[in-house]
Design a protein around this ligand. Structure first.
Ligand code: ACM
Length: 260
């Protein structure tokens, strides 16, 4: 299976041109699964609930339909982050849309920094979708800081964790090494680049998207400060083999009775 990491530099609020740029990046490479950043077409720093609501989209609406069409056209699956408008408020959400018209929906569980002012915390937990013989789980950015997030996805059978990100701290790309090893999964962290200055506060995103194998190999390592789309081929069998020697199986050897 071919996985593409896409990293872009959205301009805050310029939804249409951000979507067009994402399509150009997607079309520049051939892959089976494309992983895009968090909030990939809206921008990151919202200044009010009203502003967030004006840029948030309905998961069954036209903008998400655009991703569905792209997945169908490319006979691929696409994982991406977006601001979701719901009856009770807005969520920092992510979705995987598949070539056969299905989807997996996720709402960011662990909100970061000022996201807490405007977004509701995710209420769906961590889940996995099976597509093309692989099991893909979803997580969003700061979820990585809580080892339970990726562990839960691994225990639910994920082979690959699609991790849509807008990272501002420098640690995740290195931490993915441990998260991939300890769960024996592929981790695809797609991270945006560039800076965003809103209301006097400037955030700089760290780019450097990575794809890490269950053996801790960095299969992709994108630039820190340029938009990019890169592809690597992965072997799902590696993620299905939880034995690391004759004696140790990293799932069967867990001792949950001592983890509380
Ligand atoms: C983050 O969760 N966007 C850092």
């Amino acid at each position: 299976m071919r996985i593409a990491l896409i990293q872009n530099q959205p301009l805050f609020g310029a939804v249409e041109s951000n979507l067009n740029r994402l399509l150009t990046l997607i079309e520049s490479v051939d892959a089976d699964l494309y992983v895009l950043p968090e909030l990939c077409f809206s921008g990151y720093q919202f200044l009010s609930t009203d502003e967030l609501r004006s840029l948030a989209v309905d998961p069954d609406g036209a903008v998400i339909g655009w991703f569905r069409q792209a997945a169908c056209d490319r006979k691929a699956s696409i994982a991406f982050g977006y601001p979701e408008r719901a009856a009770d408020g807005c969520y920092n959400a992510a979705m995987i849309v598949t070539s056969d018209g299905r989807d997996l929906r996720y709402r960011k569980t662990h909100l970061f920094y000022k996201e807490k002012e405007f977004f509701l915390p995710g209420d769906r937990g961590f889940n996995v979708i099976e597509w093309g013989g692989v099991r893909i789980g979803l997580a969003v950015c700061f979820d990585w800081y809580f080892p339970e997030s990726f562990r839960t996805l691994a225990l639910k059978g994920a082979d690959i964790i699609a991790h849509c990100s807008n990272l501002v701290m420098p640690y995740c790309q290195q931490a993915d090494f441990a998260r991939a090893l300890e769960n024996r999964v592929y981790i695809a962290t797609a991270n945006r680049i560039g800076s965003e200055e809103r209301d006097g506060e400037k955030l700089t995103f760290t780019g450097g998207s990575v794809l890490v194998s269950p053996r801790g190999e960095y299969l992709l390592n994108l630039p820190k400060d340029a938009e990019a789309a890169e592809v690597a081929v992965i072997d799902i069998a590696l993620a299905r083999e939880k034995k690391i020697n004759r004696y140790n199986d990293i799932v069967a050897d867990r001792r949950p009775e001592f983890y509380r």
